[in-house]
Design a protein around this ligand. Sequence first.
Ligand SMILES: Cc1cc2nc3c(=O)[nH]c(=O)nc-3n(C[C@H](O)[C@H](O)[C@H](O)COP(=O)(O)OP(=O)(O)OC[C@H]3O[C@@H](n4cnc5c(N)ncnc54)[C@H](O)[C@@H]3O)c2cc1C
Ligand SMILES: Cc1cc2nc3c(=O)[nH]c(=O)nc-3n(C[C@H](O)[C@H](O)[C@H](O)COP(=O)(O)O)c2cc1C
Length: 459
Amino acid sequence: MWAEPLWNAASVLLGYSIFCAVIWRRARRSSAPPFLSDPNGDGVLVSYASQGGTAERIARQSAHRLHGKVPVAVLPMNQVNADTLRQFKQALFVVSTYGEGEPPDNALLFARRYLRRRVQRGWSGIRYGVLALGDRQYAHFCGFGQSVHEGLVRNGARPLFEPVLVDREDPQALDQWHGLLNGLGVGNVNADAEPACAANDESAFSAWRLQSRQRLNAGSSGAPVYLLQLVPADDGDSLPPWDAGDIAQIRVLDQHKKQQVRDYSIASLPSDGALELVVRQHQFDDGRLGLGSGYLTSELPVGGELPVSIRRNTGFHPPPINQPMILIGNGTGIAGLRAHLKAREQESEQSRNWLLFGERNARNDSLFHDELINWQRRGHLQRLDRTFSRDQKELRYVQHALGEAAASLRTWVRQGAHIYVCGSRNGMAEEVDLALRLHLGERCVDKLLAQQRYRRDVY
Ligand SMILES: Cc1cc2nc3c(=O)[nH]c(=O)nc-3n(C[C@H](O)[C@H](O)[C@H](O)COP(=O)(O)OP(=O)(O)OC[C@H]3O[C@@H](n4cnc5c(N)ncnc54)[C@H](O)[C@@H]3O)c2cc1C
Ligand SMILES: Cc1cc2nc3c(=O)[nH]c(=O)nc-3n(C[C@H](O)[C@H](O)[C@H](O)COP(=O)(O)O)c2cc1C
């Protein structure tokens, strides 16, 4: 009685695996760097590992400095393989760290392929430098940058200099890096090609005013979540440009009167007339509130001003409008997803969108309920799966909803869908990743990563 369904399932899976393998092969074949008309191999490869866009920005600034002196190519590390490396005289890696010394998503494939202990390659022709970005408050300071350095040495590559470690975009360390670019033997670099401005530098911030604050989950068993609307303090009418996926950084003084920066996914578009954030109030066991979230949700009065900077987050920018989008998130992760849904609504009436969103209880935690239902009714959301973990006996999360919709997931991916995940890294994003790998297959997910069709803004 089981034989026929099992056989059918196996056939579908086999067919799908073959489909993925074919696409994967094609993708690999076409992953050549943008310029390869450099017959002498004198060029410099600048490769980045970046989740939030900082390493990518610094990589592009570094490339700009070399521009005109030598051929330069800029690539995310996932698009770099042994063949690519062999075509360059020198390679520079600008690398950030996440988790416990782990790579950002756009370097996962490179790390798996080349940085594991077992595999060793004869890369003695490759000379490289590493700029490692990190934050000393984390246990594994610049952990992935160190792994890149050690992995390259293990494979036989030769360092041009010791890795430069950068704590929160420390300008001195960045100056050191720019000095080292001068020593690459390509002549004087274009020092003023682009300012080496750090995202957390003074000039990037300007004063914004809190226009309104509204609780979105009154009566919730979880911590309070607020929708904040901010406008520029000097002229409430003119907002700077930003794209869906970008991040607002706020600056706040800690107990030692030191400036600290906190990131929040932007939930609106400039055409909404305000910068909107969805902020969960973090509360410690002793009742104290988290530094940034406490300031935004309690301390700062409506009408009060605060320094805000908008950080471009190219790694989470919109996919092409004519390709379907699967948006997955939980809690305040709705912020980044909402900005994308708004942007796609603005661009076309025909885009295909599927939102999977998780919270605790439908009664109190249906964030943006009316808006989502309205989008669903009008067909902007072709599919809406909301999962409320505590509304039934067994805990149920977005990854379970994803598993139950596995057949549709495969169809959407086959049709070219881009998968965007926003919200908690631990718990949600990790489990969603496992579910994707289980239901699409490892190769397919790796292919999506390589094609930048699987992107995450997780924290
Ligand atoms: C890209 C990105 C987007 C985000 N988007 C949102 C969003 O849309 N909405 C939202 O509510 N939150 C978002 N966050 C989380 C947000 O930035 C804050 O982390 C959150 O508000 C808690 O900060 P806090 O200052 O209130 O708490 P803190 O005072 O920072 O305390 C929170 C906890 O984090 C620990 N902690 C704080 N800083 C560090 C550190 N550097 N290293 C190790 N542990 C640390 C503390 O010990 C404490 O346990 C986002 C984070 C990132 C990186
Ligand atoms: C969720 C999160 C985890 C992080 N984990 C680490 C870490 O383990 N070690 C470290 O040195 N820096 C860590 N950082 C700091 C980043 O590496 C640093 O901010 C870097 O500049 C980010 O670059 P990107 O914007 O290109 O991703 C972490 C940052 C975030 C937001």
